[in-house]
Each structure stands twice: as structure tokens, then as C-alpha cells.
Write a protein that binds this ligand. Structure first.
Ligand SMILES: [Zn+2]
Length: 151
């Protein structure tokens, strides 16, 4: 996975004031840090996993590790969930977007706000593609995994 994180830009000879993670300011910003070990990024993933009822943090870590290798995290190994996949993509996209807002506009990193945006964007995405079943916003907020297998 190639992201223009600071460590990679530095390797290309681009002169940066700092290669530290712009979100937590605790470590060098590598791709692995952004995806697997930044505590502020993990905070967002933990909230999303909890929302989807995906279990404990070990599940989360192995799931992110799979994603890091380009695999999809199935909530059910026999039938990878389209809904979870959509949420995963929206989450990854918004993490990167908020990282850039922080870098370029100094916008605060706020996990609860990000989670609401992830919930809203994935809801719009899924409900525009799922015609067979009506997805209620309130139910979606409570537990989106109940809509699995209906799309
Ligand atoms: Zn960090």
C-alpha cells in the first residue's frame, strides 16, 4: 500500500520540517504507523469495530493487518460482508482525509466526529446500492451488521 506519508516523502528527498506523525506527534509517520500503530488512528478503528460488533482489539489488529496486506476483513469467513467492506473503505478514506486536513489546515483530529461522518457516508453509500431492503438510519446507528446478507 503506497501512501505519501512523511517517511516516504523523506526517502524521496523531499525536505520536510518533520517526519513525525502529524496526528499523534509520537513516532515517525510511516505507512505502517498510519495504518497499524498510530494510537489516534486506532481509536477510530476501535470505535468502528465496536459499532459493528466485531469483537475485541485482537480481532481488530489482525483485521487491520489483513487490510494492510490488501485483504478484506470478513465478519463471517464464509461470506465476506459487503456492508463491512463498505464501512472499511469509508473509514480508511476518512482517516486519510482527516490526516490531510490536520496537515494542511491544522484541523483537529476528533474521533467521535469522524465516526459520525463514517456512519453517515457508509449509510448513504449502502442505502443507494441496496434496493431489496430498506435500511433505517436509527437501526444503522445501533448495529449495521444486522443488514448483512440482505444486500
Ligand atoms: Zn500517530
Amino acid at each position: 500500500m503506497r501512501l505519501p506519508v512523511r517517511v516516504e516523502l523523506d526517502k524521496c528527498g523531499i525536505d520536510l520540517d518533520s517526519i513525525r506523525c502529524p496526528i499523534c506527534d509520537n513516532d515517525a509517520e510511516s505507512v505502517e504507523h498510519m495504518i497499524l500503530s498510530c494510537p489516534k488512528v486506532m481509536d477510530v478503528w476501535v470505535r468502528i469495530f465496536r459499532w459493528y460488533n466485531l469483537g475485541n482489539v485482537n480481532t481488530l489488529y489482525s483485521g487491520l493487518n489483513d487490510m494492510f496486506k490488501g485483504k478484506v476483513v470478513p465478519s463471517d469467513p464464509n461470506s465476506p460482508s459487503k456492508i463491512w467492506q463498505a464501512i472499511e473503505w469509508v473509514t480508511g478514506y476518512l482517516i486519510w482525509r482527516y490526516r490531510n486536513l490536520k496537515v494542511f489546515e491544522n484541523k483537529d483530529w476528533n474521533a467521535p466526529t469522524m465516526v459520525i461522518e463514517i456512519q453517515a457516508k457508509s449509510f448513504l453509500w449502502i442505502s443507494s446500492r441496496t434496493k431489496k431492503v430498506k435500511i433505517e438510519w436509527n437501526q444503522w446507528l445501533l448495529n449495521p451488521s444486522v443488514f448483512d446478507g440482505h444486500g
